[in-house]
Design a protein around this ligand. Structure first.
Ligand SMILES: Cc1cc2nc3c(=O)[nH]c(=O)nc-3n(C[C@H](O)[C@H](O)[C@H](O)COP(=O)(O)OP(=O)(O)OC[C@H]3O[C@@H](n4cnc5c(N)ncnc54)[C@H](O)[C@@H]3O)c2cc1C
Length: 379
């Protein structure tokens, strides 16, 4: 039996079969990339993060099948697909959205190697590509797109004692939690979602947030979405709901059978159960962490083609893209950047870029990177 390692050679490897990775893959397929030139690696199933969402969680961005009128469904990852069309719903669950992603995989015939985690990446030298190790596989490729997402890297270090809390991404189903009063830390989209579902399942909730003032921004993903604002407003009339929007958590510690949550200015709230931590996710680029240089706010620096400023031919796709002042944290935003790495790859592999015009007409080609700065809504 030979001990020789089997090496697969390809041109492009995309890590992550979520909306970012599959959006780039679907575009490359439409540009004519050959099957053997593209591998998508996924540690779980297609749409793994969405499959891990708490059962009651919904996309807050509404879906609507308006693509035919050049107004692409806000959650679509290609101009010619629509999650609303498939699911017949405006606010899809994680499972429904993962099903949509699987349909995209089938439709564009994208090869996804599932249950395969990328562990190590070695640069083989300038212009010589990369060696990737994923379980038993070794892959040599020229281009690498990191689309590993954020959901699987919960922020559990934001305050002292965060490890005593239950991060909301770890809850499988809100109805399975014991009934009682819960403290929810973080009053943004996830915090309101947690509070709403806890109340709906017969619990009482204290919702703690540090930023009660309306922010001076027109960026719809930096203030509460209308969906969440409406839920918060409905919930505020419910019995057993307390909301402190001026509570910056500094510390959580155990006391007797419960937990004390302390604020930076000395306020205290007692919680019978582990507080629910809804403070978001870390910036974690896994095995390509050292392939990027980082901005003061922790986001990786990228070129105008979303390429690492440190190592050529390594690209970033998805919610960790930050082109100051624009944070591309939602699907309808970062999908506008699928064409950025694909344009560089197209130049080298001589792919057909004529599809970009279709993406542009569909609002899926974002070149103005300070788009939210001047956008004012008058009413
Ligand atoms: C509660 C909640 C509600 C949201 N609602 C909306 C919304 O309404 N609208 C919106 O636009 N956005 C919404 N978002 C944000 C949106 O879900 C994310 O921005 C989006 O899922 C990111 O897509 P992605 O493909 O980058 O990441 P993911 O969907 O997380 O995909 C990354 C994939 O990479 C895989 N992976 C990671 N590391 C490795 C590795 N080393 N090897 C192999 N595979 C790996 C993971 O298994 C995963 O499948 C919401 C997020 C949350 C948490």
């Amino acid at each position: 039996m030979s001990n020789e390692k089997q090496i697969t050679k390809t041109e492009v490897v995309i890590v992550g079969a979520g909306p970012a990775g599959l959006g780039c893959a679907a575009l490359l397929k439409q540009m004519g990339i050959e099957d053997q030139e593209l591998i998508v690696l996924e540690r779980g199933e297609v749409g793994e993060s969405f499959l891990r969402w708490p059962k009651d969680m919904r996309l807050i961005t509404p879906s609507f099948p308006s693509n035919g009128y050049h107004q692409t469904d806000l959650n679509a990852i290609t101009p010619d697909t629509s999650p609303a069309f498939n699911a017949g719903k405006e606010h899809l669950s994680g499972e429904e959205y993962a099903k949509y992603l699987s349909m995209v995989v089938n439709h564009y015939k994208i090869q996804v190697t599932t249950h395969t985690e990328l562990e190590t990446v070695i640069s083989r030298g300038p212009g010589k590509g990369f060696e990737l190790v994923a379980g038993d596989f070794t892959i040599h490729c020229k281009f690498l797109i990191w689309a590993g997402g954020e959901f699987q890297s919960p922020n559990t270090t934001g305050f002292t004692g965060a490890d005593l809390c239950t991060h909301n991404s770890m809850v499988k189903e809100w109805k399975t939690l014991e009934k009682g009063r819960y403290v929810v830390i973080g009053g943004y989209e996830s915090g309101v979602d947690a509070a709403f579902n806890l109340v709906n399942n017969g619990n009482e909730v204290t919702l703690l947030d540090l930023n009660g003032e309306e922010q001076d921004t027109f960026d719809p993903s930096r203030v509460l979405s209308p969906y969440t604002a409406e839920r918060l407003s409905n919930m505020s009339n419910a019995e057993g709901v307390e909301y402190d929007d001026n509570f910056e958590v500094s510390n959580v510690f155990k006391q007797g059978d419960g937990y004390v949550v302390q604020s930076t200015d000395g306020k205290e709230v007692f919680s019978q159960y582990p507080p629910i931590n809804c403070t978001g996710f870390d910036i974690d680029l896994g095995p390509v962490t050292d392939f990027f240089v980082y901005q003061d706010n922790g986001y990786p620096w990228v070129s105008p083609f979303d390429e690492s400023t440190k190592i050529r031919n390594v690209f970033l796709a998805g919610p960790r893209l930050y082109h100051d002042p624009t944070l591309l944290c939602f699907i309808y935003k970062f999908r506008g950047r699928f064409a950025a790495p694909c344009a560089v790859i197209a130049g080298e592999l001589e792919l057909d870029t004529s599809i970009f015009k279709h993406y542009q007409q569909a609002g899926m080609l974002l070149q103005e990177l300070d788009c939210c700065k001047e956008q004012e809504c008058f009413c």
